[in-house]
Write a protein that binds this ligand. Structure first.
Ligand SMILES: [Zn+2]
Ligand SMILES: [Zn+2]
Ligand SMILES: [Zn+2]
Length: 285
């Protein structure tokens, strides 16, 4: 009883003491002010640094990634900031390198994808007075921030990031296309007009059977013949297909449902299904 009473008195007293500690010496011991003091120039005040961060934070260019329910990572034009429940880390982008140190994957995720991977990232400041800190985010979030950082997060060779859903879909799509009969072309194959990197290697050629007349009323409209030349590589057709399927009704079912959707020729708009994408090869002489 006595101990409980003492505890109820001691905890608020300790809390008040802590708050007084934060407030004295111009709040220089406050956990949010501490990281800013490293960047205070002589004769100036930490409030100038805070104001600079505030201005950048209001910009549309900042990225804000929630790390947990109570912490987040913010990258503004010049600052990298981690805000947690009881403190804050702030370092200028030019004074810091970000390195991925480990990854771990889970089979279930809240975003509906079948696998989610987290990356641990270490922020290593080049200034001795700034504290090193670490945080973890999903590989998807990492890809999102990479292009917005002054120096992208370095990913050492021994760490392999999970391919994106689209990259994985391209692999599955290619596998299915290879099972369709080869379409031989007499002229030489040209460069893909989509990526300008790979050789064009697929022909959209209708192979699926027409819908029986009794089912015509309920079946989707039949596929159409595409008369375009061999213009695209398989990866470009797969990405085009995925973009269309993800935007349509198939989007909810994830990459598995995308295969059951149908694509349309990027040039002539002819509708085609998975059976109609044939690998194109030069005719053997
Ligand atoms: Zn291509
Ligand atoms: Zn076409
Ligand atoms: Zn078809």
């Amino acid at each position: 009883m006595l101990a409980a009473a003492a505890a109820t008195a001691i905890i608020p007293l300790l809390m008040c003491y802590k708050i007084i500690c934060w407030w004295e010496y111009d709040k220089s011991k406050h956990p949010v002010v501490k990281p800013l003091l490293c960047y205070t120039t002589p004769g100036s005040d930490w409030r100038v640094v805070a104001n600079n961060i505030n201005i950048e934070f209001r910009s549309v260019d900042k990225v804000c990634i929630p790390l947990t329910a109570t912490s987040k990572f913010v990258a503004t034009e010049t600052w990298l900031i981690r805000v947690t429940q009881y403190g804050m880390n702030a370092v200028k982008q030019r004074d810091c390198s970000l390195v991925a140190t480990a990854t771990d994957s889970y089979a279930l995720s809240t975003t509906g994808e079948d696998e989610v991977q987290y990356v641990n990232i270490e922020a290593i400041p080049s200034r001795p007075d700034v504290n090193q800190f670490s945080f973890r985010m999903t590989t998807t979030a990492l890809r999102e921030i990479q292009s917005r950082l002054r120096d992208p997060v370095r990913v050492p060779e021994h760490i392999s990031l999970l391919p994106t859903v689209i990259e994985r879909f391209v692999t599955v799509f290619k596998h299915h296309v290879e099972q369709n009969p080869v379409y031989y072309v007499d002229q030489e194959l040209e460069q893909c007009i989509g990526c300008m990197q790979n050789m064009a290697d697929v022909k959209i050629d209708r192979r699926c059977l027409p819908v029986p007349p009794q089912l015509e009323a309920i079946a989707p409209p039949p596929c159409q013949q595409c008369n375009c030349r061999v213009l695209w590589c398989c990866a470009c057709v797969a990405r085009w297909w995925a973009a269309r399927a993800a935007g349509g009704a198939g989007g909810a079912g994830g990459a598995g449902a995308w295969l059951a959707a149908r694509g349309s020729c990027p040039v002539c708009r002819a509708v085609f299904c998975m059976l109609d994408v044939r690998p194109a090869r030069p005719r053997p002489s």
